[in-house]
Design a protein around this ligand. Structure first.
Ligand code: ATP
Length: 306
C-alpha cells in the first residue's frame, strides 16, 4: 500500500546552511507519528516540505504517491489538514463563524462542517465568541479547522504547547478517535512526557539529522537503556550487594523495605529469579526507559559524535 507520506533522503539547504540532511521517513494510513526535536532541529522545515510551501534541495517528498509541489498539489492540499503552532483567530467572531470563514478558504461547504464541533467536543460553545475560549478550546477549534474537508493526513505543529495535562490528554484522545477512522497524523513536539501512549512511531530530529525513527519499542530495543526495578518487602538482613554480585546490576537505593536497581534488559530474567527466590519480597515494579530517556540517549549520541 502506498504510504500516506514518504520522505526519501530529503535535504534542505539555505545557502551554506543545511536545515535538513538526508531525512527518510514513512507514515502509513491510520498511524500517528511524533516528530520530536529541540528548537532548530528541523521539525517546521519538515512540515513546510510536506505542505509544499518549500521544495527539497535534494531527495523526494511524496504524499499519497505525489509531490506536494507538483501538478497534483491542489488535490493533495485538500486531503491534508494543518494546525500551525500559535494559531490565532478573529476574537470577535464565534467559533462557528471562524470555521465558516476557513471553510470558504478551503472550499468546504457549510453542510460539510456540521459535525466538526461535535467531533472536537466544542458544540456547546460553537456560537460563543472566540475571545471567551480557553487555550484548550482554541486548540479544539484549531483542530476543527484542520479537519475541514475530512483530510486523510493531519499535520499538527506543537498542538499541545500551553495545554494543561487534562486538556493535553483530551486532545490526544481526539486524535486516537481520528486514527480509528483511518486518518494519519504527523505531530511535531518538544513536549515529551506522556506522548508515547498516543503515537505509533517516533522520529527524533537533531541539528537537521534524523537521529532515530521507529516504534517506541524499537527505539527502546536499539538504545539498550537499562531497566529500573523497584522492589518492596521486609528484609532487615538481606545483603543485596552480594545477592547481585555476579550480575550486571547497579543498586540505586537500598533499605529494609525498599530496593531500587538498574539492570541491562538482557539481564532481566536473571534479576527476577534472584528477587523471587527471596521470600521477603512482596512487590516488584519494572520501569522501562521513558521517552524522555530515549530522547536524551539519541541526542547525546549525536552531541558526542560532533
Ligand atoms: P522550533 O522547535 O524552534 O520551531 P524547528 O525544529 O521547527 O524548531 P526549523 O524551524 O525547522 O526548526 O529550523 C531548522 C533550522 O533551519 C534552524 O536553524 C533555522 O534557523 C533554519 N532555518 C529555517 N528556515 C530558514 C530560512 N528560511 N533561512 C535560513 N535558515 C532557516
Amino acid at each position: 500500500m502506498t504510504p500516506v507520506l514518504e520522505l526519501d533522503q530529503v535535504s534542505k539547504q539555505y545557502g551554506e546552511f543545511s536545515a535538513l540532511k538526508g531525512i527518510s521517513l514513512k507514515l502509513d494510513e491510520g498511524k500517528i507519528m511524533g516528530l520530536l526535536g529541540h528548537n532548530g532541529a528541523g521539525k517546521t522545515t519538515t512540515m513546510k516540505l510536506v505542505l509544499g510551501v518549500i521544495s527539497p534541495s535534494q531527495g523526494r517528498v511524496h504524499m499519497f504517491g505525489a509531490s506536494p509541489t507538483g501538478p497534483e498539489a491542489d488535490t493533495l492540499r485538500r486531503n491534508m489538514g494543518y494546525l500551525p503552532e500559535n494559531v490565532s483567530f478573529y476574537n470577535q467572531l464565534s467559533g462557528r463563524e471562524v470555521l465558516t470563514y476557513f471553510g470558504k478558504l478551503k472550499g468546504v461547504s457549510a453542510a460539510a462542517q456540521v459535525d466538526l464541533f461535535d467531533r472536537v467536543g466544542l458544540s456547546h460553545a460553537a456560537d460563543r465568541r472566540v475571545k471567551t475560549y480557553s487555550k484548550g478550546m482554541r486548540q479544539r477549534l484549531g483542530l476543527a479547522q484542520a479537519l475541514l474537508g475530512y483530510p486523510k493526513l493531519l499535520m499538527l505543529d506543537e498542538p499541545t504547547a500551553g495545554l494543561d495535562p487534562t486538556a493535553t490528554h483530551e486532545f490526544y484522545e481526539m486524535l486516537i478517535e481520528l486514527r480509528k477512522q483511518g486518518t494519519s497524523v504527523l505531530i511535531s513536539s518538544h513536549v515529551l512526557p506522556g506522548i508515547e501512549k498516543y503515537i505509533d512511531s517516533i522520529a527524533i530530529l537533531g541539528g537537521g539529522n534524523l537521529l532515530a525513527v521507529g516504534t517506541p519499542d524499537e527505539l527502546g530495543q536499539n538504545a539498550q537503556l537499562p531497566l529500573v526495578v523497584r522492589v518492596k518487602g521486609d528484609w532487615p538482613d538481606t545483603d543485596w550487594q552480594s545477592q547481585f554480585a555476579q550480575q550486571d546490576v547497579s543498586l540505586l537505593h537500598v533499605n529494609g523495605q525498599h530496593l531500587e536497581l538498574s539492570t541491562p534488559l538482557h539481564n532481566k530474567l536473571q534479576v527476577m529469579r534472584t528477587l523471587l527466590a527471596e521470600p521477603a519480597v512482596e512487590d516488584i515494579d519494572l520501569i522501562p526507559p521513558s521517552l524522555d530517556d530515549l530522547y536524551g540517549h539519541y541526542n547525546q549520541q549525536v552531541s558526542s559524535a560532533t
